[in-house]
Write a protein that binds this ligand. Structure first.
Ligand code: ADP
Ligand code: ASP
Ligand code: MG
Length: 494
């Protein structure tokens, strides 16, 4: 039987005999509004299943928590996380952690240096090691056995660096960058045990099976569910927490893969889904989901409640607070997601659930490092369907996310992230058949539930290269900064 992949998560709800996987039954949002009776049946069936599971086993509720890099940036931050967890000592809790602070960015520079053979890879790695050892020193002292265990993780990276750079950059990337989550999880698990919070360390690669696409692995849901039932659930039945890594998985040949940058939120959702969690919480440095990134905008407000659908749309369009793939697995099992502050853990945060809120204020998401690819046919014939299907095959092959697109008779415009070499790779492949122009360094601004004055404000001092109004009161615009022109003072003229 073929594995379930990211594309057919709906089939994993476990009622295939009742409803064929191909039916619109599995649609969310729009599809379900068209088939309210079917949605009702689904919700009813699900609530019965969840009810009977809980009653038959009389098991305690399962919670999944995720702590990201900023909540683990130094020894004090790790202590703070332990203090938060003390309040959940009696709970069945699976904890997912990211790499500490900005470790993933630093490990990315190790990969770049190794690939470029510029001789700097070992020294960058040494800085990363030193930061981790400083945290270990502060939390435990050098004598603790966690030191050797974390050291083993970095020795494995050194083995990779001692070899010639691998021809598959993405493969090499995953083998190196995954060390951040492995080191972090070892330190946090050891510290929790040290302060009396019994914690079992779990290797996420034993649970999350992905396909063989490195750096953007797609989850194989069937196997992941099976492994979770076989390995993670029995661990949860024992006393204490389980703690595992975000962001990483493995192929069927046991090579480490990663799920895409910022993917630890998604890992927590995978565990929540597979463990049939009652709720999931991601602990952030903000009080909850805000109407925009507070680093970029003033006067933002916290949203108390969000529907799954609104959260999917917001994160898909680039609201960086939650990884966009996180919501769907939770929605499929009606698992509420709480976004809370690790700085003020008693705050209410935001809850994302089935509940629908109708009156959302304007919300803004900004994606930087965007690239506009303007593609036209070499002979200026129309960009017809077969051209578009050719272009999309290339995009799918490279696993590029298209953030915006527009076509006219003779050109096709795409906005994609310009954070790795994929934009160049795509342009190179397209050049055989098309004329390609690239505009880089753009911002993609998306406004949901827009009001005209918000849009006018955002356009100030910018050139809009591409703009689109989408239903649901959403406007997207790809913009470039232009210096604001001012008239010069000319001597003798007023
Ligand atoms: P983690 O520590 O889990 O990796 P991130 O740094 O990835 O957390 O995400 C939290 C950050 O997301 C916040 O510090 C904030 O600057 C940013 N952010 C972007 N958009 C929003 C939003 N709409 N609401 C709240 N935070 C946002
Ligand atoms: N450490 C990874 C990253 O920085 C995953 C995550 O933090 O979510 O991308
Ligand atoms: Mg993050």
């Amino acid at each position: 039987m073929q594995s379930a992949t990211e594309g057919n998560l709906g089939n994993q709800l476990g009622f295939p005999s009742l409803f064929p996987a191909s039916a619109s039954f599995w649609c969310f949002g729009k599809g379900c509004e068209i088939f309210p009776a079917i949605r009702y049946l689904r919700d009813f069936y699900k609530s019965q299943t969840r009810f009977s599971y809980k009653n038959s086993s009389m098991k305690q509720a399962i919670k999944v928590f995720k702590f990201g890099g900023s909540s683990l940036k130094d020894a004090a931050a790790v202590r703070n996380v332990a203090n938060i967890l003390r309040n959940y000592n009696k709970e069945k809790l699976a904890i997912v952690v990211s790499a500490m602070g900005k470790t993933t960015n630093a490990l990315e520079t190790v990969v770049e240096a190794h690939a470029a053979r510029n001789g700097e890879a070992f020294s960058i790695l040494n800085d990363i090691k030193a930061q981790h050892y400083r945290i270990i020193d502060e939390l435990f002292g050098r004598e603790d056995e966690v030191y050797a265990s974390v050291n083993d993780t970095f020795v494995e990276v050194e083995w990779v660096l001692e070899e010639e750079p691998h021809e598959n950059y993405d493969y090499m990337y995953d083998q190196i960058v995954s060390a951040g989550e492995l080191a972090s999880s070892k330190i946090v698990a050891a510290f929790l045990n040290k302060v009396g919070l019994k914690t079992q360390w779990l290797d996420a690669r034993d649970i999350i099976l992905t396909d063989n696409i490195f750096r953007e692995g797609w989850v194989q849901w069937e196997e992941t569910l099976e492994r979770s039932a076989k390995i993670a659930r029995p661990m949860l039945e024992k006393e204490g927490f389980i703690l595992t890594q975000g962001f990483i998985g493995s192929t069927s040949e046991n090579f480490t893969t990663t799920l895409g940058r910022e993917g630890s939120d998604y890992t927590a959702a995978i565990f929540s889904y597979c463990l049939d969690a009652d709720d999931m919480t991601i602990w952030k440095d903000v009080p909850g989901v805000l109407t925009a990134d507070p680093r970029l905008f003033e006067n933002v407000v916290k949203l108390g409640r969000l529907s799954y659908r609104e959260a999917i749309e917001m994160t898909y369009y680039g609201a960086k607070v939650i990884h966009p793939k996180t919501i769907k697995p939770l929605q499929n099992k009606s698992i509420p997601l709480f976004v809370k502050s690790f700085i003020e853990p008693t705050g209410e945060g935001t809850v994302i659930s089935d509940e629908v809120e109708d009156n959302y204020p304007p919300m803004v998401a900004v994606e930087t490092n965007q690239c506009l690819l303007s593609i036209s046919t070499l002979d200026f014939s129309f960009v017809a369907e077969h051209h578009i299907s050719y272009i999309f095959n290339l995009i799918a092959g490279l696993r590029i996310q298209v953030n915006m697109m527009q076509n006219s008779a003779i050109s096709f415009s795409l906005i994609i992230n310009d954070i790795d070499d994929k934009a160049d790779r795509l342009a190179e492949l397209l050049k055989d058949k098309f004329k390609v122009m690239m505009d880089r360094g753009l911002e993609l601004i998306t406004v949901r539930h827009y009001q005209q004055d918000v849009l006018d404000n955002l356009r100030r001092g910018k050139i809009v290269l591409l703009e689109e109004k989408i239903k649901d009161k959403t406007v997207q615009m790809a913009v470039k900064d232009v210096p604001v022109m001012r008239r010069k003072l000319v001597p003798g003229k007023p």
